[in-house]
Design a protein around this ligand. Structure first.
Ligand code: AVJ
Length: 318
């Protein structure tokens, strides 16, 4: 068998239909919203890689340092023969885990981006000749079917990307992950922690304006895919801390009264001056909250690693 398989379970036209449905639903309701998954076209993915290197954006560094320090522990405690990674992207996040698992049989990177999976897969085949790689092109938030691979399996969901989901969506995803795990398997979850509001807001409104460009890029994605005429300069990037929900919200605020045309949907969308379009939530967590959400989905928190007050890694078992 080839050491590198790539399977597409997300039909190519599905992405276009999903974007049309999300824009139709999100821009004709109040308040207006768009799901954050549409940030990540090629330019958005590049901007996100730049964000992870910003001085203000600590989550990526904090998680990387935690993984450097705890990967050997995680490898020993789980004895994993298969590593599955949801939202694997460049597979940079799992570099330390893979290095700590020299006898790993199979790595299953899961992402919506075929280019990211192909690039990472070819790099890993060269670096790890004995490792089987089975990449899945799919949107795991709409369902996940895993190939049969040797157990025990470790499913990693890193980057605190689970924070992009509101509580009800998190419960659904954790329950679907639980249904995929067998006895002996484990989930490794990255979770950014609640901290000082100034630190949190700065991480999503950097001085260099990279996050502002990342946020506005979703308007370019809609312009290109649906022929819309969003003027990116007519919107202001806003990042605010919602202390009630304990999440950062990114919004695009209309600077003026304006109407945006979306011909592919035969829509004309009015924005009032000062009106916000919410583009992302990034929930921040507390250990007890993570323990409770995992338990609610049938998963027991068995290990918790933290790097100071910044960031947490949870190991959970069915
Ligand atoms: C990749 C979803 C974890 O929510 O912190 C970074 C995306 N948004 N800056 C996050 C993001 C603004 C990031 N996640």
């Amino acid at each position: 068998m080839s050491p590198f398989l790539i399977t597409r379970t997300l039909p190519e036209e599905a992405a276009d239909a999903a974007l049309r449905a999300d824009v139709l639903r999100g821009l004709t309701r109040t308040p207006k919203t768009l799901p954050p998954k549409w940030f990540y076209d090629a330019h958005g993915s590049e901007l996100f890689e730049k964000i992870t290197e910003l001085p203000e954006y600590y989550p990526a560094r904090a998680e990387r340092e935690l993984l450097m320090a705890s990967s050997a522990d995680i490898a020993e405690v789980t004895g994993a023969r298969t590593l599955i990674e949801l939202g694997s992207g460049s597979s940079e996040k799992t570099r330390y885990l893979l290095d700590a698992m020299p006898d790993l049989d199979t790595y299953v990177p899961v992402d919506v981006s075929e280019s990211a999976l192909t690039e990472a897969g070819h790099r890993l085949v060269a670096q790890r000749p004995g490792l089987n790689i089975h990449a899945l092109i799919t949107d795991f938030t709409t369902g996940l079917a895993l190939p049969g691979t040797p157990g025990p399996r470790l499913l990693a969901f890193l980057g605190s990307t689970i924070g992009n989901l509101v509580p009800a969506e998190r419960a659904r995803l954790l329950s679907s992950i639980r249904s995929l795990l067998s006895p002996g398997d484990a989930l490794l979850l990255g979770a950014d922690l609640v901290k000082d509001e100034q630190v949190l807001v700065a991480a999503y409104s950097d001085a260099a304006g990279v996050t502002a460009a990342f946020n506005k890029n979703v308007l370019s994605v809609v312009n290109r895919a649906l022929g819309a005429d969003f003027d990116l300069d007519a919107f202001e990037h806003v990042a605010r801390w919602d202390a009630t929900n304990e999440w950062i919200e990114m919004r695009l605020r209309s600077r003026t009264d304006q109407t945006v045309k979306i011909p592919a949907l035969d829509l004309a969308i009015d924005f009032a001056a000062g009106e916000d379009l919410r583009t992302e939530v990034s929930a921040k967590f507390r250990e007890q909250g993570v323990r409770h959400e995992l338990a609610h989905s049938g998963l027991e928190l068995t290990r918790w690693w933290t790097s100071g007050p910044l960031y947490g890694l949870a190991l959970a078992r069915p």
